[in-house]
Ligand binder design. Structure first.
Ligand SMILES: *[C@@H]1O[C@H](CO)[C@@H](O)[C@H](O)[C@H]1NC(C)=O
Ligand SMILES: *[C@@H]1O[C@H](CO)[C@@H](O)[C@H](O)[C@H]1NC(C)=O
Ligand SMILES: *[C@@H]1O[C@H](CO)[C@@H](O)[C@H](O)[C@H]1NC(C)=O
Ligand SMILES: *[C@@H]1O[C@H](CO)[C@@H](O)[C@H](O)[C@H]1NC(C)=O
Length: 507
């Protein structure tokens, strides 16, 4: 999944910094994509500011009228919203060399992250090196090395749920954070989100998010301020100091853990072992490992909330999934990764959860390089490109009854063969498009699989108050990810759960 979902924030930063008077002339032969009517000079900026809350819904409405591409002029800065999977595929996958850049964020990306955060680095040599390292450590095959960690985490999860079922929400947050820490650094499972290193990483994430919000730092509005020497600019002094603090944190996490030989499976250890091939500096390695946490923790927990919401609103889906699990796994043991191929309905539930409420509805903003003519429309160079995953996932031509939760849409009628909608990556848009697809997608997908299979195996999940069902439309956006507003549900262990789990020995 994407590291921090900053689509909107990126956008807002850039628009404020846009050069209002410096518009380039171009020939009018090919029209821009359609969009809402703008005002002189500011273009669609007033519209944008009025509609910025849940703006993907507004884009989706506009798309019904204007079609798959929407153009906004934000005080001179071009923004193109891609509302169809085909357009995203054509541009971001097929023309990846011109559509794989990120808009520039000075305070967050250049200063705080020192230009080495894989989510933000420009498309170029460093990005390629980081990408290679991540791919090396987290590709489908390498990800299998972490199956044991992920299975172990779900055992711990079940024990926690048996003790305190109402706190499922916190247990999911902890599971997501703990799994990614174990995989990246090889630390054994975490007992609480209050552990000092976890708290520090969360502080870092909050700081990045804060720095990316427009107006919090003037340097993103007036980029020339970044040329001032630190002794003249307090923001820079503080930013550089914070960067050093985070670098120290990530380096110490990297080093202390990789030295312990029995934890040699971790991603951090694999970076060290292949140091020569990968050609990364200590700092680059440390930041690479550190940024995986931001990408993988909240996102995974949000999808698990969506899954819970789907289950209480669609009891027949849970029943059908339990029938599949009972037949394949049985009651005497917990689900494991070897079952994955035999659990097509669970796989379909995962994909449907990722589709039904996409937790990063606009992906992560890109920036285009060269201008391009696409389907008769002119897409200017250096535009902000947004992928409206929400609109893609709710397209009724692709997904019949799109607001309904229907896992069967991913399976052939005999429930055996997987159906992958066109232009998706293994059935989903959740992990993004093209070259900047989420580097942790295999890990995230595996955590989701084993956790969802375990929940279905071990628990009945029902509405606690049938007269007040939560709404699928009540969502909250913290700037990084979208998730359902907190809701109650009743979790009760199935008859076999407690006895089976109590027999398991800890590894
Ligand atoms: C895109 O990138 C390629 C290679 O980097 C370049 O040759 C080409 O001119 C660019 N522009 C378009 C519109 O494809
Ligand atoms: C870990 O190993 C590196 C190099 O092998 C060394 O520089 C560092 O001091 C070690 N750290 C700890 C905590 O032992
Ligand atoms: C991890 O270390 C142990 C003992 O040092 C060794 O036996 C094992 O082969 C190593 N595993 C990997 C994947 O390197
Ligand atoms: C994720 O898991 C599902 C279900 O097991 C599988 O169908 C899909 O191919 C996986 N996707 C990725 C990106 O690994």
């Amino acid at each position: 999944m994407s590291s921090l979902h900053l689509g909107l924030i990126f956008l807002a930063v850039i628009l404020v910094g846009a050069t209002i008077f410096n518009r380039k002339k171009r020939s009018q032969a090919v029209p821009l994509p359609p969009g809402p009517q703008g005002v002189p000079l500011l273009g669609n900026l007033p519209w944008f500011l009025c509609n910025s809350n849940f703006i993907w819904l507004k884009f989706t409405e506009l798309a019904q009228f204007h079609g798959e591409l929407i153009y906004l002029n934000l005080a001179g800065k071009s923004v193109v919203v891609l509302n169809s999977a085909e357009a995203a595929f054509d541009l971001l996958d097929q023309r990846g060399s011109n559509y794989s850049n990120r808009p520039e964020l000075i305070m967050a990306s250049k200063i705080l992250a020192g230009g080495v955060h894989i989510g933000f680095v420009p498309y170029g040599i460093l990005w390629r090196k980081l990408r290679k390292a991540v791919h090396f450590g987290l590709n489908k095959k390498s990800a299998e090395a972490y199956f044991t960690i992920q299975e172990q985490e779900t055992k711990v999860l079940v024990r926690r749920l048996l003790k305190a079922p109402d706190e499922w929400h916190g247990h999911f947050n902890l599971l997501a954070a703990s799994t990614i820490l174990s995989i990246v650094y090889g630390v054994p499972y975490s007992l609480s989100l209050d552990e000092p290193h976890i708290r520090k990483i969360y502080q870092f994430m909050e700081h990045m998010l804060h720095a990316a919000v427009p107006g919090n730092y003037l340097v993103d509005i007036f980029p020339f301020l970044n040329r001032l020497p630190p002794w003249l600019a307090r923001f820079k002094q503080e930013g550089l100091k914070a960067h050093q603090t985070y670098t120290d944190l990530f380096v110490s996490l990297l080093e202390s853990e990789t030295n312990k030989s029995y934890r040699n499976l971790s991603f951090a250890a694999s970076l060290s072992k292949n140091e020569k091939d990968l050609g990364l500096t200590i700092k680059e390695k440390a930041w690479l490992a550190g940024s995986l946490f931001g990408g993988g923790s909240d996102t995974t927990a949000s999808v698990l909330s969506v899954f819970m919401l789907a289950m209480i609103l669609h009891p027949h889906v849970l029943k059908k999934a339990q029938a599949e699990i009972d037949q394949v796994v049985g009651k005497a043991r917990m689900p494991c990764f070897q079952d994955q191929g035999n659990l097509p309905y669970i796989g379909a539930i995962m994909k449907e959860a990722l589709r039904w409420i996409p937790i990063t509805p606009l992906g992560l903003a890109r920036s285009s390089n060269d201008p391009l003519i696409y389907k008769g429309h002119y897409i200017p160079g250096n535009s902000i490109i947004l992928t409206n995953v929400w609109a893609m996932n709710r397209n009724p031509d692709v997904y019949h009854n799109p607001t309904e939760f229907i896992p069967e849409r991913y399976l052939s009628s005999d429930n055996k063969r997987e159906i992958r909608p066109k232009y998706t990556r293994e059935g989903t848009h959740a992990f993004g498009f093209g070259r900047r697809v989420c580097p942790g997608s295999n890990i995230a997908n595996n955590t989701l699989f084993i956790t969802i299979a375990t929940m279905v195996w071990g628990f009945d999940i029902t509405l606690s108050d049938p007269s007040h069902p939560p709404s699928m439309d009540s969502l909250m956006d913290n700037g990084a990810v979208l998730r359902p507003c907190p809701f109650k549900c009743s979790l009760s262990p199935r008859p076999h759960t407690e006895s089976t789990v109590s027999k398991l020995v800890d590894e």
